[in-house]
Design a protein around this ligand. Structure first.
Ligand code: NAD
Ligand code: IPM
Ligand code: MN
Length: 361
């Protein structure tokens, strides 16, 4: 298979972990005889420094032609005082919107070997395996107006959804539930927000088309509590943009580290952007200690969802499992007795386990 992959390392640890993903993909390519060509472009703070804008036209053009995009992370204190449209985050929101990537899939699995890494009790974390489906191109993130008014003494952000935006993400969630344990939890704030009341109505309408899927509705505050008290009660969660952002960072606690979580940002034709859930982690950037596994697992999701390479994706995921079973941990996960490794060492361990396995087969 011959694929052109657009690579957007971004800022902070984004650059460090992107190197890991490329090495892992190169290893897959040589093992299976694929050809992956990486085209690197700037986004976020790096793009502001070079071009004065977080999403340069040439980056956008390259992504619009792409089969798949890999993104590290954007942002950092250096650019925090910039006006809204000149912040690194505006570049990320802009690329998601321009590519129409409305469905953000965030799988969260409590790895058996990481049960002790979570601050939650093992019996709570045990058995948790869920998929958060976050609406990604609408809601309050993209509301107009979003501005200061009254000479700077008042402020407005707008939460806006069109029916079809909700319908398509709810369809995606039902379809995903069918491929898993057929249990969908829709999370909203229908006791307060009109947008949530319409969201809930649409889920109920759509349910008629998917009678084999069991549906629950949870208010977001209760969902936040249940996520870390009874996480094994969830299969697929579907929710609007900002609720999904917050709940997925919370759910990362089940794995022991935000650095573990991958994601796929998709539309209906298989084109996607693959990005870890975490940010640019300015507190550890440049130290070579970031956990690359969320990024590496995002690359595996790319192989699965954009290229249909299930076996290759599974091989990466199995190698990650094995490395964790061998007690290798980056600093974010390490407990006494673990074998603490750097970003690069962790990447090597994953690659070694992939190739060792293929030789053994
Ligand atoms: P963050 O996710 O960058 O970091 C939160 C905490 O988790 C930090 O202590 C960090 O060290 C740790 N962490 C995150 N990823 C890690 C990894 N791979 N390995 C080890 N530890 C890891 O969130 P923040 O500090 O609130 O935000 C920093 C910047 O990142 C901000 O500018 C924010 O806007 C941006 N951000 C970008 C994205 C993205 O590009 N997708 C996502 C979230 C935040
Ligand atoms: C994420 C991030 C982004 C978001 C920010 C950086 C715009 O937190 O990908 O989860 O809120 O979507
Ligand atoms: Mn987030």
């Amino acid at each position: 298979m011959d694929k052109q992959i657009i690579v957007l390392p971004g800022d902070g640890i984004g650059r460090e972990i992107m190197g890991s993903a490329k090495l892992v993909l190169q290893s897959v390519a040589s093992e299976y005889g694929h050809r992956f060509v990486f085209h690197e472009h700037l986004i976020g703070g790096a793009a502001i420094d070079a071009y004065g804008t977080p999403l340069p036209e040439e980056t956008l053009d390259a992504c619009m032609q792409a089969d798949a995009v890999l993104l590290g992370a954007v942002g950092g204190p250096k650019w925090d005082q910039q006006p809204a449209d000149k912040r690194p985050e505006a570049g990320l929101l802009g690329i998601r919107k321009a590519m129409g990537l409305f469905a953000n899939l965030r799988p969260i699995k409590g790895f058996t070997s990481l049960l002790g890494a979570s601050p939650l009790k093992q019996e709570v974390v045990s058995g948790s395996d869920m998929l958060i489906i976050r609406e990604l191109t609408g809601g309050i993130y993209f509301g107009r107006p979003s501005e200061r008014t009254d000479a700077g003494n008042a402020v407005v952000d707008t939460l806006f959804y069109e029916r079809q935006e909700i319908e398509r993400i709810v369809d995606k969630a039902f379809q995903s539930a069918r491929l898993r344990n057929k249990h969908l939890t829709s999370v909203d704030k229908a006791n307060v927000l009109e947008s949530s009341r319409m969201w809930r109505e649409i889920v109920k309408e759509k349910q008629k088309e998917y009678p084999d899927v069991t549906v629950d509705h949870l208010l977001v505050d209760a969902a936040a509590m249940k996520l870390i008290t009874q996480p094994d009660q969830f299969d697929v969660i579907v929710t609007e943009n900002m609720f999904g952002d917050i709940l997925s960072d919370e759910a990362s606690v089940l794995t022991g580290s935000l650095g573990m979580l991958p994601s796929a940002s998709l539309r209906t034709d298989g084109v996607g952007m693959y990005e870890p859930v975490h940010g640019s982690a300015p507190d550890i950037a440049g130290k070579g200690i970031a956990n690359p596994l969320g990024m590496i697992l995002s690359a595996a999701m790319m192989l699965r969802y954009s290229f249909g390479l299930e076996q290759e994706a599974k091989e990466i995921e199995d190698a990650v499992d094995t490395v964790l079973e061998q007690s290798f941990r980056t600093a974010d996960l390490a407990k006494e007795g673990d074998r603490v490794v750097t970003t690069n060492e962790m990447t090597e361990r994953v690659i070694d386990n992939m190739t060792t396995k293929s030789v053994a087969n």
